[in-house]
Design a protein around this ligand. Structure first.
Ligand SMILES: Cc1cc2nc3c(=O)[nH]c(=O)nc-3n(C[C@H](O)[C@H](O)[C@H](O)COP(=O)(O)OP(=O)(O)OC[C@H]3O[C@@H](n4cnc5c(N)ncnc54)[C@H](O)[C@@H]3O)c2cc1C
Length: 419
């Protein structure tokens, strides 16, 4: 049990999604009470809910996000495993077809946890409530910013309305990504298999498929497309779409899998990054977090981990200060740096699709060649493979690619390809 209060009596968080829960953990040791308000009725078990319409789709927790949550609430990893998360060893339990080849299989020394979003969120709610001074108030929509809290955190996600009126510079990508997912019971021959499979063909081919092993020894399978291409939502069409992917592994698993849910669709029209660190209009002692600041093409599995990264940044800033009015000026740039790395990784891949609307950097072609060289070098060299995993999982800054032995191997691969 935490007894906070060094910085104030009462903090309010609007939104009990991953960002709101992570923020509650960040604030708990600094305020006497932390209240998390959500408009939804929050289920008393691992069940989907209305306020998170994306929660029926695959939700990958990157290793950086898992470690962030563990730092905020020690014991979270063990609690997720206890609740049935599948432990996936990188990359022994992983098959990723990327562009035109399989990624190498070798032990990178990390394992990741996979479970459905409703199960993850339910467990995180239990973890946060164990802190003792956090109260979660559901069925409590907030229409105007609270005026009676010492600190207010806005965690209302994509499409936030509470801060929407504030003029903030934005970076945007027009994406049109179409997700379709369903949950399946495994046929006998695959029971107990904890393999994560991804098929990501080379742009402009915009098809994409994922098999994610989740709790109860089930699969959550996502197929996706971009723009006018649509994944069928009838089972036969879903199976046929998987069968047309460049590798058979997803179709093989779908062939005798027993559907436990209908195919649910979700369309993501854009990715948006609101640069609050460059805006002056935020009310005092009001801080945004998570998707409110930056939301991404979910294909790269970053949103929840970025939210955890924002919360860790917030906790670190609170630990360094005794002045609540000074927090925004320090927190917002740190949160922006967490968003920046995720944004640049995702935007790089998104902008390779010619129909993506967004500003392409001047040296975009060279950047694509650099990232291709790194991908190829990762197949051959374990140290590049590891670095690529660590950067993609938000464990290391992307600047790590510019120095050290792995960087030299990437440069050598670029030179070889250029010959
Ligand atoms: C199709 C899809 C797939 C995704 N896959 C992944 C993935 O693989 N990995 C990953 O890390 N991320 C993924 N994401 C992103 C992920 O869902 C979000 O980044 C993550 O949920 C963090 O968001 P958040 O907590 O900021 O907002 P949300 O999760 O959207 O939560 C916002 C909360 O605020 C509440 N709320 C909103 N307005 C009000 C109000 N006025 N008053 C009270 N409560 C309010 C809502 O009910 C909700 O509970 C995916 C997203 C989509 C769309």
């Amino acid at each position: 049990m935490i007894t906070g209060g060094r910085l104030g009596a009462r903090a309010v968080i609007v939104g009990a999604g991953i960002a709101g829960l992570a923020a509650a953990a960040a604030l708990a040791s600094f305020f006497e009470t932390v209240e998390v308000w959500d408009k939804d009725e929050l289920p008393r078990g691992p069940r989907p809910r209305k306020g998170i319409p994306q929660d029926l789709q695959v939700h990958i927790l990157l290793k950086g996000g898992e470690l962030g949550l563990e730092r905020l609430i020690p014991g979270t990893r063990a609690a997720l495993l206890q609740a049935g998360a599948t432990e996936v060893r990188q990359s022994r339990d992983v098959s990723i077809w990327e562009r035109d080849s399989w990624q190498a299989t070798r032990d990178l020394g990390y394992s990741q946890l996979m479970m459905s979003r409703p199960a993850l969120e339910f467990m995180l709610r239990q973890q946060v409530l164990k802190l003792g001074n956090v109260a979660i108030r559901d069925r409590s929509p907030v229409e105007v910013l609270p005026s009676d809290a010492d600190l207010t955190v806005i965690a209302t996600g994509r499409g936030d309305r509470l801060l929407a009126g504030i003029e903030v510079p934005e970076t945007m990508l027009g994406l049109e990504v179409n997700y379709s997912s369903a949950r399946f019971a495994k046929p006998a021959c695959f029971r107990g298999e904890g393999r994560f499979i991804a098929c990501i063909p080379k742009p402009p081919d915009d098809r994409y498929g994922l098999v994610c092993p989740v709790e109860n020894d089930e699969w959550l399978i996502t197929l996706s497309s971009r723009f006018d291409n649509r994944v069928p939502d009838d089972l036969e069409g879903f199976r046929a779409y998987a069968a047309a992917l460049p590798v058979p592994d997803i179709a093989e698993r779908l062939r005798e899998a027993v559907p436990l849910t209908p195919v649910h669709r979700y369309r993501i029209a854009e990715a948006r990054w609101r640069h609050y660190d460059r805006a002056a209009g935020l009310p005092p002692r009001v801080l945004p977090i998570g998707d409110c600041i930056s939301n991404f093409n979910p294909t790269f599995g970053q949103g929840m981990s970025v939210a955890a990264g924002h919360a860790v940044a917030l906790r670190d800033v609170l630990a360094e200060t005794s002045d609540l009015d000074a927090i925004a000026a320090v927190y917002l740039p740190r949160a922006a740096e967490v968003s920046r790395q995720a944004w640049s990784l995702a935007a790089m891949a998104d902008l390779e699709y010619p129909r993506t609307v967004g500003e392409r950097p001047a040296r975009f072609e060279q950047m694509v060649q650099g990232s291709e060289a790194m991908r190829r070098a990762a197949v051959m060299h374990p140290e590049v493979h590891l670095l690529r995993f660590e950067i993609g999982n938000l464990l290391k800054p992307d600047s790590a690619v510019r120095s050290g032995p792995a960087a030299r191997l990437v440069v050598r691969e670029m030179a070889r390809a250029g010959r």
